[in-house]
Design a protein around this ligand. Structure first.
Ligand code: ATP
Length: 309
């Protein structure tokens, strides 16, 4: 890899990967190298990585992070990805001074377009969450892109979706059918997108409990509401869309075509709906989220070191 790219600063860290800024020596273009230490990978992790590479290699859409090439060395596996220098979605939103429902819709629309494309290609993401949503650059009209396909799976065929039964996803965003250990399909991504939309509108998640068992109970029963004053500023159309997406029964959950046709997607005057109370909540939520992610990465690093001794 070093023969072809000059390595720069660290852009982010995940459970198994460090992502670095790199410059192509041949054409001076900027990329992000996801560097995965191979000695930390179990057999299952290696399989997930192979799936991620296979899937990302097949995808080509403005709202999906592009994979340029991969390098496999003795110790490290490198994925050369489109550099999303605009950073994570919530990090960027919380920097705003004024935030409107229209801006929430623009972000949500891009997530839905990415999912529409992935599902058409027979791919379910299965781990849609704020950490996996990155902006292309720092400009005002940057594109939001879906990244990290480590948990994505291919459908075998479009007509009869091969139902996937592996437990996966991140607790607060995971669909009830996964928690109930039922067969599931692409509608799990619709559920996660609805959870993200809910947070985009009020600044906190629909399902929350420090105790995972209690959190799972809430999700499985679909128990959420629109509490507090943040929701007073939000349009009824937005609440209606969430109510039709956060439906426990996957077959009754809105599909992508219906989401795109929903009145909220075309509603005028959303620019005038200022969500500054929600923005304050989002700042708190984002700070907690970043803190927890930092603790998690540190814990994993510590466990790996203990394991190596
Ligand atoms: P996880 O903990 O979810 O398994 P991971 O180890 O697979 O994560 P990623 O989520 O892919 O790692 O990347 C870790 C972080 O690096 C991201 O949260 C993001 O901040 C940053 N990052 C990832 N891909 C890119 C990219 N293409 N451009 C810029 N930054 C990126």
């Amino acid at each position: 890899m070093q023969d072809f790219y000059k390595v720069g600063k660290t852009l982010g860290e995940g459970s198994f990967a460090v992502v670095r800024d790199v410059t192509c020596l041949k054409d001076n273009s900027q990329w992000a190298a996801k560097c995965i230490d191979k000695k930390n990978l179990s057999k299952t992790d290696e399989e997930s990585l192979q799936v991620e590479v296979d899937i990302m290699g097949k995808l080509d859409h403005p709202c999906v992070v592009h994979l340029r090439e991969v390098f496999d060395s003795n110790r490290t596996f490198y994925m050369i990805l489109e550099n999303c220098s605009g950073g994570e979605m919530f990090d960027r939103i919380v920097e705003k001074e004024k935030y409107t429902e229209h801006e929430a819709r623009v972000a949500f629309f891009q997530i839905i377009k990415a999912l529409e494309y992935c599902h058409q290609q027979g791919i379910v993401h299965r781990d849609l969450k704020p950490e996996n949503l990155l902006y292309s650059d720092k400009t005002e009209d940057a594109t939001l892109k879906v990244a990290d396909f480590g948990l994505a799976r291919l459908f075998t065929n479009e007509q009869s979706i091969q139902l996937m039964t592996t437990m996966c996803g991140t607790p607060g965003y995971v669909a009830p059918e996964i928690l109930k250990n039922e067969n599931y399909g692409s509608s799990v991504d619709i559920w996660s997108a609805a959870v993200i939309l809910y947070i985009l509108l009020c600044g906190y998640p629909p399902f929350y409990d420090d105790n995972n068992a209690a959190l799972f109970r809430q999700i499985k029963s679909g128990s959420y509401d629109f509490p507090n004053e943040e929701w007073d500023a939000v349009s009824n159309e937005a609440k209606d869309l969430i109510e039709k997406m956060l439906v426990v029964s996957p077959s009754e959950r809105l599909d992508i075509a219906a989401i795109l046709k929903h009145p909220w997607m075309e509603k005028e005057d959303l620019q005038d709906r200022v969500l500054n109370k929600s923005l304050d909540q989002m700042k708190k939520f984002n700070a907690r989220r970043k803190f927890k992610a930092g603790v998690m990465v540190a814990r994993i690093a510590k466990n790996l070191q203990a394991f190596k001794k």
